[in-house]
Design a protein around this ligand. Sequence first.
Ligand code: INI
Length: 157
Amino acid sequence: MGTVFEGRFEAQGRKLALVASRFNEFFTRELVAGAQDCLRRHGVADGDVDVAWVPGSFEIPLAAQRLARTGRYGAVVCLGCLIQGDTPHFGLVAAEVTKGIAQVSLATGVPVVFGIVTADTLEQAMERAGTKAGNRGFDAAAAALEMIGLCAAIDRA
Ligand code: INI
């Protein structure tokens, strides 16, 4: 059997960046807190976690790109909250932020993870920002740690 590569959720000594949207900040600050909690509990020092606030989810990919390009961060965690309204705005922003985050990750080679809540209602958003359905920020930070470990394992081989 060939090599099996796996990330081990270890990132001591690595810096990470969070990009968070001020739009729907009531929810995104819970996503930021969830991500910080995950990183802390996996041994990442608080001082190694930088946070960049952007106006809305649409602006997340550009900030993520700027941060990833610096080479300072093992991963960038994108945190936003999109709530369906009466206009097509939600769908337009959701499509761009999804595509943008994937493009930044592939173009920079830095894991840029998707911690964007998409919800039909305020209640659904609440469920995904630290209540019934967990905390999407925590999950995204865990994915970032796993990807840092996986990329390091592949690079070392
Ligand atoms: N931004 C969000 O982060 N969530 C939303 O639900 C949202 N909606 O629905 O409008 C939203 N819009 C703002 C957008 O991200 C940009 O900041 C704005 O269009 C300026 O470019």
